[in-house]
Ligand binder design. Structure first.
Ligand SMILES: [Zn+2]
Length: 341
């Protein structure tokens, strides 16, 4: 079951906000319903009444809706569609605890699941329609003034660069509300080098940094990243593969991982590369002259984040610009303010 969602990266229009769909993305989603999705939903549901909820319900409650409405809303948002449950059983993807590789060949099972999805399309969109109507009633209409202001302009403080993986939606995990985060998502949350040709990620960087004047760029990596697995697993670049030609952006992260962790199990090498690649992306951001200038002047900060959805932890750190300048060229960046949530 593969669904691709395209939408604008504007901070006011994330699919997750509009349809309350935890599986959607801001740019491109590869939605693979599996028991991990069910597990994550169960965890969120269990925690919804807790003051330490990962969904930051307290904040969301105070900004947008009354306490009673939050409860009703959570019931709507966190209900797992019947059609998704069916696919989860069909696919049995979590049996091995592995993420299906991006380069995995189509087989009879995926063909069967795709056909099943086609027959149940009405089901899927019925549910999404209900989520949108719930958003409209409980969030939009109750905060009309706020949304009217957003209709005129956006002034997000964050540019978020996250993976397209359906399990790591920044709005769902970090509670970004419409207008708070300009978001670009691509496979493996990579930032291409300034010198290479134009890409949609670079267009998002240029617009959000120079026109919107965001104050923070947050690059978020995650556990069991299929894009990093593709990068680490490929012997050579297949010129016909769009995936290969994209993830090769992380080549240096792969090389430095192989240099220090080649004796580890492949899964651990990938985990190492997932984190290393974030810092390489942050370093490449400093190669954009208009980003470097703003960081130097103190009007822009660069941050890394790593979301481990197996243990549900989030690591956050900030680039130490002065410390990075003191390092030898090619020896990476210095970081500060590392915290684990
Ligand atoms: Zn990923």
């Amino acid at each position: 079951f593969l669904r691709l969602c395209w939408s604008n990266a504007a901070s006011t229009s994330t699919p997750s906000s509009l349809s309350q769909n935890e599986c959607s993305s801001d740019a491109l989603s590869l939605v693979v319903p599996d028991s991990n999705y069910l597990m994550a939903s169960s965890i969120f549901h269990d925690l919804s009444s807790s003051s330490t909820s990962l969904l930051n319900l307290q904040t969301r409650q105070s900004i947008f809706v009354s306490k009673d409405k939050v409860k009703d809303f959570e019931k709507t948002q966190l209900r797992i569609p019947v059609s998704f449950r069916k696919k989860a059983v069909n696919l049995q993807m979590m049996a091995s605890g592995k993420t299906p590789g991006l380069t995995q060949e189509a087989n009879d099972r995926t063909y069967e699941a795709t056909t099943d999805n086609f027959n149940n399309n009405t089901d899927v969109f019925d549910d999404i329609k209900q989520r949108f109507l719930a958003f409209k009633k409980l969030k939009y209409m109750d905060n009309l003034e706020h949304y009217k202001k957003l209709a005129d302009a956006q002034a997000p403080k964050f540019l978020v660069i996250a993976c397209a993986d359906s399990r790591v939606c920044p709005s769902a995990v970090l509670g970004f509300q419409p207008g708070e985060a300009f978001t670009v998502r691509n496979i493996a949350n990579l930032v291409p080098p300034y010198e290479s040709g134009p890409t949609e990620t670079k267009a998002a960087l240029q617009f959000s940094v120079n026109a919107l004047e965001v104050e923070n760029i947050l690059v978020i990596g995650h556990s069991r990243c299929g894009g990093i697995q593709a990068l680490m697993g490929m012997e050579e670049v297949d010129s016909r593969s769009f995936i290969h030609n994209w993830v090769i952006v992380g080549k240096k992260a792969k090389e430095s991982t192989k240099a220090v962790a080649s004796n580890l199990h492949f899964d651990h090498q990938c985990q190492h590369c997932e984190k290393t690649s974030i810092n390489h992306s942050l370093e490449r951001l400093l190669g954009y002259p208009w980003i470097e200038e703003k960081v130097r002047k103190g009007s822009l900060s660069l941050h890394g984040g790593y979301y481990d959805f197996v243990n549900c932890t989030f690591e956050k750190w900030t680039v130490d610009y002065e410390g990075s300048r003191c390092k030898k060229e090619g020896s990476g960046i210095a970081v500060k303010n590392l915290s684990v949530w």
